[in-house]
Write a protein that binds this ligand. Structure first.
Ligand SMILES: [Zn+2]
Length: 163
C-alpha cells in the first residue's frame, strides 16, 4: 500500500497505545495486515520486476514519499496527540517494512553477508504476504484504478479517525 497509508495507520496506532515500543511493534505488524488487502499495485510491481515501466514505478514511489512527508508534517504540527513520541514511533514502525524492501531494491544483495541474506529473506516475506490473499481468494489483484480508490478510502478512514 501507499507509504501514506502505512504512516497514518502507524500514527493512529501511536495515538491510541501511546507507549513508543508497543506503538512501533503494532505498527510494524499493521503494515503486513494492510498490505494483504488487495490494492492494485501488483501489476505495477510485476512490471517493475521485469524491467518494464521502471520509471513509472519510481515516480510513483517518489510522489508517495512526498505526500507522506507532507501528511506527517501537517499531522504533527496541527493535531495534539497524547504522546508525540508514540505517534512518531508508530509512523516509523509502519513505514519500516517498505524502507527495508527499498534498501533491498537499491542494493540487491547477492553475497553471503548476513545483512544481505536477512534483507533478502525479509523482502521475500514481505512480497509473499503482499500476494497472500490475492493468490488464495482472488484471481489476481484488483485493477490499479480500483486499487487507488481502495487506498484513498483506507487513508481517508484512518485520517478521519485521527482527527
Ligand atoms: Zn509493504
Amino acid at each position: 500500500m501507499f507509504l501514506a497509508v502505512h504512516a497514518t495507520a502507524g500514527a493512529l496506532l501511536g495515538s491510541v497505545v501511546v507507549d513508543p515500543a508497543t506503538s512501533f511493534s503494532l505498527s510494524f505488524l499493521s503494515h503486513f495486515f494492510l498490505d494483504m488487502i488487495p490494492h492494485g499495485d501488483q501489476y505495477l510491481y510485476d512490471q517493475y520486476k521485469r524491467g518494464d515501466k521502471v520509471n513509472r514505478a519510481v515516480i510513483r514511489v517518489l510522489i508517495d514519499a512526498l505526500v507522506t512527508a507532507i501528511l506527517v508534517f501537517v499531522l504533527l504540527s496541527t493535531v495534539t496527540f497524547a504522546s508525540e513520541t508514540g505517534v512518531i514511533a508508530g509512523i516509523i514502525g509502519g513505514l519500516l517494512p517498505d524502507l527495508l524492501v527499498g534498501l533491498f531494491e537499491m542494493f540487491k544483495p547477492k553475497g553471503r553477508r548476513w545483512t544481505g541474506r536477512q534483507l533478502l529473506k525479509f523482502n521475500d516475506l514481505h512480497m509473499r504476504n503482499h500476494v497472500f490473499l490475492i493468490r488464495k481468494f482472488f484471481r489476481g489483484d484488483i485493477s490499479s484504478r480500483f486499487g487507488l480508490v481502495v487506498q484513498v478510502l483506507v487513508l481517508g478512514l484512518v485520517v478521519r479517525w485521527l482527527l
